[in-house]
Design a protein around this ligand. Structure first.
Ligand code: 13P
Ligand code: SF4
Length: 299
C-alpha cells in the first residue's frame, strides 16, 4: 500500500501531513509529522498542489485557511476534536462588552467560526510566548480551561479569564493513575501535555506540546518516562530512543477521532481526491487574521 501511496503522491504533487496522534503506519507514510504549530506552518509554506491532512477537523480547516490555493483533503473528515466547539454562544460578545482592551486568545483546537471572533490563535507550543507578547491586560482564553490555566500561571501579569472547554481524552487522565505509574517506575520523570487537568500537571516534571514532550524525552538522560498525553506519540518516542521505556497512565489515553485516519483512508483519498476541505471565503478571510498573527508572534 505504501508504494501506491508514494506513486500517487508524486503524480499529484501531494504532501502528506500527519499529527503525532495519527496511527503509526500513517505517521510512517507522511512527509511531515508534527504538533499543531509545526503542521500549520508546513501547510502554509510548502510548495505542493495537494495537502492530505491526517488529523482532526480544525487542522485541515486551518491548513485551508492558511493555504487557500492548495487542495486540502482529509482521509477522515468526520474526525472531530470535541474541544473545538466548547465555547458558549454569546460568551465572547459578553466579555468584549465588559472589557475595553479584551484580547480573545483562541487555541487552534477550535472551529473556524470561533477563530473569526478571536484576536490571535495559539497552540500548546507557543501560547505562553504569544500571551506574554500581547499588549492587552485582559485576556479571554478559549476553549481550553487547562491550557488557559497553565498559561495564566506562567504569565501572572495578565488577567486571564478562563472558558470551560476541555479535551475529553486528557481530562480522563487522573493524578491517581499517574501516581500508580510513579510507584511502579519511581525514577521516571513525568512529561505532560498542558491539556491535562491541574492535578496531573502538578505531578509533571516537564509540560509541553506533543513535539516538546518528544524533544524532552529524546534529550533526557533518564531511561524511562511517564507520558501524560495521547499514546500516538509513542511511535516517535520509541523510534527516537529505542533503548528507553515509555509508560502511560492506564487506560492508555487514546483519541478515537485521530485514529480514524487509517492507511486505507489515506490511500483512498489520494486516489479519489474526494473529502476536500472547503471554507467559505468570508469565514476564511476573518479566521486568517488570528492565524497569521499567531505565525508572526510565534516566530
Ligand atoms: P499539539 O499541538 O501539542 O500537538 O496538540 C494537539 C492536540 O490536539 C492535543 O490534544
Ligand atoms: Fe481534540 Fe483531545 Fe483529540 Fe487533541 S486529543 S484532537 S484536543 S479530542
Amino acid at each position: 500500500m505504501n508504494e501506491k501511496i508514494n506513486e500517487l503522491k508524486r503524480a499529484k504533487n501531494a504532501l502528506i501531513l500527519a499529527h503525532y496522534y495519527a496511527p503509526p503506519e500513517v505517521q510512517q507514510a507522511a512527509d511531515h509529522v508534527g504538533d499543531s504549530f509545526y503542521l500549520a506552518k508546513v501547510a502554509k509554506q510548502s510548495r505542493c498542489d495537494v495537502i492530505v491532512f491526517c488529523g482532526v477537523g480544525f487542522m485541515g480547516e486551518s491548513a485551508k485557511i492558511l493555504a487557500p490555493e492548495k487542495k486540502v483533503l482529509m482521509p477522515a473528515p468526520e474526525a472531530d476534536c470535541a474541544m473545538a466547539h466548547m465555547v458558549r454562544d454569546g460568551a465572547i460578545e459578553a466579555l468584549r462588552a465588559e472589557y475595553d482592551d479584551l484580547a480573545v486568545v483562541c487555541y487552534i483546537n477550535s472551529t473556524a467560526e470561533l477563530k473569526c471572533k478571536s484576536d490571535v490563535c495559539v497552540t500548546s507550543s507557543n501560547a505562553v510566548k504569544i500571551v506574554r507578547a500581547l499588549p492587552n491586560k485582559n485576556i479571554f482564553f478559549i476553549p481550553d480551561r487547562n491550557l488557559g490555566r497553565y498559561v495564566a500561571a506562567q504569565v501572572p501579569e495578565k488577567n486571564i479569564i478562563l472558558n470551560d472547554g476541555f479535551c475529553p481524552v486528557h481530562a480522563k487522565i487522573t493524578p491517581e493513575q499517574v501516581a500508580k505509574e510513579k510507584e511502579l517506575h519511581p525514577e521516571a520523570p513525568v512529561f505532560a501535555h498542558p491539556e491535562c487537568e491541574p492535578g496531573v500537571l502538578a505531578l509533571a516534571d516537564g509540560i509541553g506540546s506533543t513535539a516538546d514532550i518528544i524533544a524532552l524525552a529524546k534529550s533526557s538522560s533518564s531511561r524511562e518516562f511517564i507520558i501524560c498525553t495521547e499514546d500516538g506519540v509513542d511511535f516517535r518516542l520509541v523510534s527516537d530512543s529505542p533503548e528507553k521505556r515509555f509508560y502511560y497512565p492506564m487506560p492508555r489515553p487514546c483519541c478515537g477521532d485521530m485514529k480514524k485516519n487509517t492507511l486505507e483512508a489515506l490511500l483512498s483519498v489520494l486516489e479519489k481526491e474526494d473529502k476536500e476541505v472547503f471554507v467559505s471565503e468570508a469565514v476564511r478571510k476573518k479566521a486568517l487574521v488570528p492565524l497569521e498573527r499567531m505565525l508572526e508572534l510565534g516566530k
